[in-house]
Design a protein around this ligand. Structure first.
Ligand SMILES: [Zn+2]
Length: 197
């Protein structure tokens, strides 16, 4: 077939069939652009919760690695500052929860870190789903282990609390008792740390 000029980039190319007006490189770019805008639409409107969880590690490996590094560092720093070794469940359930939400907030403009999900509806932070129900257990762990005597913990915890209070504070009137208690816990903790909401 005769060569022709690409309508998009004006380079010469040989079309595989008569109706082609753009060169292969431009066509490929257009497909990618369409896929991206489709993904952006899906991300904005929410994705199925199970699908999100199941695919998270394979779709966002860099994010998983960043999250892992950050929470390991956070655990070590906090325990060094407190000069103690915390029980394993406090490290995993409390320190990691603060670390995950914190790093998600810091990266929230990038895809994957904070994602709206459907069925059940919620928001996943750094791939995990418990941000709106973590305040009670963090508050209890703070009381039991004086976690906020660690300056690093205190700093990140304050940012997490402030964010959660902005995002889920309206749950203080929710009919769901768990959501309500956690929203109240966030407000109480902010007050206790000197930042009444
Ligand atoms: Zn072209």
């Amino acid at each position: 077939m005769d060569k022709r000029i690409c309508r998009q980039c004006q380079t010469e190319f040989t079309p595989e069939y008569a109706s082609v007006v753009n060169c292969p490189a431009c066509r490929q770019k257009n497909v990618e652009k369409q896929t991206r805008s489709r993904q952006t639409r899906i991300l904005a409107s929410g994705v199925d919760a199970d699908t999100w969880t199941d695919n998270f590690d394979t779709e966002y490996p860099e994010l998983v690695e960043q999250r892992r590094k950050h929470s390991k560092e956070f655990r070590e720093t906090v325990q060094t500052e407190l000069n103690t070794v915390l029980p394993w469940d406090v490290q995993l359930d409390v320190l990691d929860a603060v670390a995950d939400v914190y790093i998600a907030i810091k990266n929230q403009t990038k895809v994957g870190w904070i994602q709206k999900v459907l069925n059940p509806d919620g928001v996943h932070y750094a791939g995990v789903s418990y941000a709106d129900v973590i305040c009670c257990s963090i508050a209890a762990a703070c009381a039991a282990h004086s976690l906020d005597k660690s300056e690093t913990f205190r700093q990140k915890y304050l940012e997490v609390l402030t964010h959660l209070n902005q995002k889920f504070g309206q749950n203080v009137t929710n009919h769901d008792e768990v959501l309500r208690d956690n929203a109240l816990a966030a407000k109480r903790e902010l007050e206790r740390l000197g930042f009444p909401s």
